[in-house]
Design a protein around this ligand. Structure first.
Ligand SMILES: Cc1cc2nc3c(=O)[nH]c(=O)nc-3n(C[C@H](O)[C@H](O)[C@H](O)COP(=O)(O)OP(=O)(O)OC[C@H]3O[C@@H](n4cnc5c(N)ncnc54)[C@H](O)[C@@H]3O)c2cc1C
Length: 585
């Protein structure tokens, strides 16, 4: 959307205890300009506090002239350079930091000019705002009743849409089919005890959405103007301040469970009404609407009818029954390529050795190592890549339909389990799953049923050692794993479509070069991963964000096919809601 309200670049408000607060922000006066200095080098054990002075030196500005400073990005550079720097034998590792410096707009220096020419400094991207700068008078006009928004789904897309809408004057109700946090946890525990799937409250559905039981990784590479304000909200609700700049930022399931009640309390204080254990079940069309632009007057829910002016649909990537209901009610759906494969697990120690060279000091400084691996496509297409890697994590059953099994991963904030897991996936499209908007869903279901049966029909997961997978033979036994329901030795290779089996085999061989042992006896493939991406999308108007053919439905987030992950879903929800505030009903 083009209607994102954006402000001139400002230093973000420093959070207590963060590197940015240590660096300090001077009081601003007069017009300013924000520059991003790229590629400051920081040794693993070097404090961030020294970066401010170093950055000033590079630009040739006296520290007292600086109006603001913040770290914009800090990432680990693990390229081997054949020389030692930093600590201990992990000498090839260092951080690379980008920093934003707010300067008086008339500041000039030869150093700054040179760095700009060399591309080592550039204008910092604009920072937007979640506070509405302008609200169309069709939404909140004096003397008029507030416009009513119903938001379906309490995941990141729904929550950030609700936040923006309530700030813009909407009366907001969030419908969530799953339970509030504590009840959700109890129902998940019951699933583990009884092995009877709960269709409404599970790893995928319930307060906070699908990311509530996750590593809480925040992929923040999009340079979207709303990225910083969203991260700042998360910090305000209790996320660690480092998420504002750390490229490996993650919150962890334990911290997410502390953050979500604060988030809900904050929204409730602003007037948002949460209806948990309440499912969207139907659309009530406004009889007066013309045929090209249908309009809703209300929704049918499991707790009765709810009148509305706008409907935000943020149902996530697993609400298959909801998609089918919406499709039957006239909402357009299209198939979308998605990823499938298997979850691979290794001892965390093996990954640490591969990434840090076995140096315990580095591991103490950096924590459990992660990876992000990609292999080349073969002649038959299909590049395999790792996805949603969970260092020190565990494998979980992502189940919302009985008799169907899909695996996924989560971690706590300390990454403290002895195992590392990740999805190894390949992208499949209509050439694999055939025509029709729900053909991808049919393939997902088929694979999940096969995985469930191969595990013995009680959510035990089928598993195969990586070496056996590569040799094309069944595993006879499996090493212990983090997967709570246990595993049954079997043949993941025979469960996967042939194209995916070949891509995973190529990937495992290739990834052995990056992490020795990855493709060997210590690797274990657990279950099938079918939900790494949404297999459908709800087409929407590029400018207004409205569902095609509807005047007041706004599909957002992963379930609408416009995001994949916590941050991108939050951004999508906030962006479409911000656009509505400006454009009006
Ligand atoms: C185990 C796991 C780990 C993950 N780890 C990460 C990670 O580390 N980093 C990352 O970026 N992403 C991760 N993801 C993906 C991420 O969680 C999603 O991309 C993100 O949550 C999508 O946000 P969303 O708001 O679009 O939908 P969701 O978060 O899926 O929320 C949708 C909500 O809508 C509700 N809903 C559905 N249908 C209805 C209905 N009919 N009526 C009422 N409510 C309904 C659901 O109950 C759900 O709570 C993980 C996902 C899983 C399952």
């Amino acid at each position: 959307m083009s209607a994102v309200p954006s402000q001139p670049s400002q230093p973000s408000k420093p959070s207590k205890g963060s590197a940015n607060s240590k660096a300090g922000v001077a009081p601003a006066s007069g017009p300013t300009r924000t520059y991003r200095l790229l590629g400051l080098s920081l040794e693993l054990d070097e404090p961030e506090a020294g970066l401010r002075a170093r950055a000033c030196g590079k630009l040739g500005i006296a520290p007292e002239e600086l109006r603001g400073f913040r770290l914009a990005r800090k990432s680990l550079d693990a390229r081997r350079r054949g020389r030692r720097s930093g600590t201990g034998s992990g000498g090839h590792l260092r951080f690379v930091v980008h920093a934003d410096l707010v300067l008086p707009s008339d500041f000039k220096s030869a150093r700054l000019a040179r760095l700009l020419r060399q591309g080592k400094v550039r204008e910092a991207p604009a920072v937007g705002s979640l506070e509405p700068t302008r609200v169309h008078n069709s939404i909140a006009a004096p003397g008029k009743r507030a416009a009513r928004a119903v938001v379906v789904g309490s995941g990141p897309a729904g929550i950030f849409a609700a936040l923006v809408l309530v700030r813009g004057g909407f009366e907001v109700t969030v419908l969530e089919r799953g339970a509030p946090l504590r009840e959700r946890a109890a129902r998940l525990a019951r699933f583990h005890k009884t092995r009877v799937a709960d269709t409404e409250s599970n790893v995928l559905f319930g307060e906070g959405g699908a990311g509530t039981y996750s590593d809480g990784k925040l992929y923040t590479r999009v340079d979207d103007p709303l990225e910083v304000p969203i991260l700042e909200e998360l910090v305000r609700w209790g996320a660690p301040p480092e998420i504002l700049y750390d490229s490996r930022a993650h919150i962890g399931t334990d911290r997410l469970h502390k953050l979500l009640p604060r988030l809900r309390g904050d929204l409730q204080e602003r007037g948002v009404k949460f209806c948990f254990n309440t499912r969207l079940e139907g659309l009530c069309l406004d009889g007066a609407a013309d045929n090209r632009q249908r309009s809703l007057r209300a929704v049918r829910t499991s707790a009765g009818e709810l009148p509305l002016d706008v409907l935000f649909l943020a149902p996530g990537s697993s609400a298959r029954d909801t998609w089918e209901m919406l499709h039957a009610a006239g909402v357009s759906f299209e198939a979308r390529p998605f990823q499938l494969g298997s979850r691979v697990e290794h001892p965390q120690e093996l990954v640490n050795r591969g990434r840090y060279g076995g140096d315990g000091t580095v591991c103490e400084l950096l924590g459990a190592a992660s990876y992000n691996l990609v292999s080349r496509p073969g002649a038959d297409g299909g590049a395999c890549h790792s996805f949603c890697m969970c260092p020190g994590g565990r494998i979980v059953a992502s189940v919302n339909e009985p008799g169907r099994l899909c695996t996924n991963g989560m971690s706590n904030s300390r990454h403290s389990s002895p195992y590392a897991n990740a999805a190894l996936v390949v992208t499949v499209g209509p050439e694999t799953f055939g025509p029709g908007p729900f053909a991808g869903v049919a393939l997902q279901r088929e694979l999940e049923e096969a995985a469930f049966a191969a595990g013995g029909g009680d959510y035990t997961a089928p598993a195969q050692g990586v070496a056996d997978f590569l040799a094309g033979r069944a595993s006879r036994s499996c090493r212990p794993t983090s997967y709570g329901f246990g595993v049954r030795p079997g043949r993941i290779d025979e469960l996967l479509p042939e194209q995916a089996r070949r891509a995973l085999a190529r990937g495992l061989v290739r990834f052995e070069n990056s992490i020795p042992g990855f493709g060997g006896a210590e690797g274990l493939l657990v279950g099938l991963e079918t939900r790494s991406a949404c297999p459908v999308m709800m087409p929407r108007d590029r400018l207004s964000g409205r569902a095609v053919g509807f005047a007041n439905i706004y599909p957002v987030g992963e379930g609408a096919g416009f995001a994949g992950g916590i941050m991108s879903s939050a951004l999508d929800g906030a962006r479409i809601a911000s656009g509505l505030l400006v454009a009006g009903l």
